[in-house]
Design a protein around this ligand. Sequence first.
Ligand SMILES: Nc1ncnc2c1ncn2[C@@H]1O[C@H](COP(=O)(O)OP(=O)(O)OP(=O)(O)O)[C@@H](O)[C@H]1O
Ligand SMILES: [Mg+2]
Length: 261
Amino acid sequence: MAEINVENLKVVYRGVILALQGVSMRAGAGEAVALLGPNGAGKSTLVRAISGLLPQYDGRVLDGRITLGGEDITHLPALKVAGLGLTAILEGRPIFRYLTVTENLRAAGHKLTPQRQKEITDEIFARFPRLYERRFEQGGYLSGGEQQMLLLGMALLTEPRILVVDEPSLGLSPKLTEEVMRVLDELRRDKGLTLVLVEQNARAAFSIVERVYVMEQGRVVFEGTAQEAQADADVMEFYLGGAVAGGFSEAKRYRRRKRWV
Ligand SMILES: Nc1ncnc2c1ncn2[C@@H]1O[C@H](COP(=O)(O)OP(=O)(O)OP(=O)(O)O)[C@@H](O)[C@H]1O
Ligand SMILES: [Mg+2]
């Protein structure tokens, strides 16, 4: 049984904007899959739907079904979904800017016993020595890469079984992007997590996922293994902007900005 199963999902914003037009995807337990595709494809909408966050964006599921380990979560509120072991790291690095690294981590782990909280925090600092060095710094003063590491640390403090990460590479240098991908891959392997990775940087995603879904205009236009996607000239050219050859897709990443804040 798939850990996450999305069937024919239709999502609408403000009652009129159809953002997902019948999307199906799945991720098996311990599997890593990527959602790829250009701006406005519906990647973040799918993330919001899976994590129960659509109402916060004035969106709702019109049709279709989402299950988590077989349980129907289609209309479940975010807190309940989180309670089932799914943690989503949303676009735009939502940390507490005026709290220090340590305070951010404490806030994220507030449900744990002090003992468990300490164990996981020690693990986080061991994995991310840079965060340890900056533990008394305010979140807002961290670099993009450090903020992404902090978010991953905060996610670990919720002890997730499923991790959904929306565009962790946005605005990061190629080197830091590689570092973030490496950490995600390690976390998945060490903890047996199911990973759903949303990326515009297809090349980065290919390095750590087994299967990919390419979305465009609210639909899945390609589904296959990372190898199949990379071997498909049309997919690479039309949807991923020649991502593996580099160049264009790299440039695109720096041009784009968020529109919904
Ligand atoms: N809160 C919202 N209200 C209305 N329309 C929205 C909202 N959020 C997204 N949309 C629309 O839904 C569609 C899908 O947007 P979404 O943010 O899911 O795309 P995306 O694939 O994540 O794009 P990006 O790569 O730019 O993050 C777009 O047409 C977008 O304009
Ligand atoms: Mg998005």
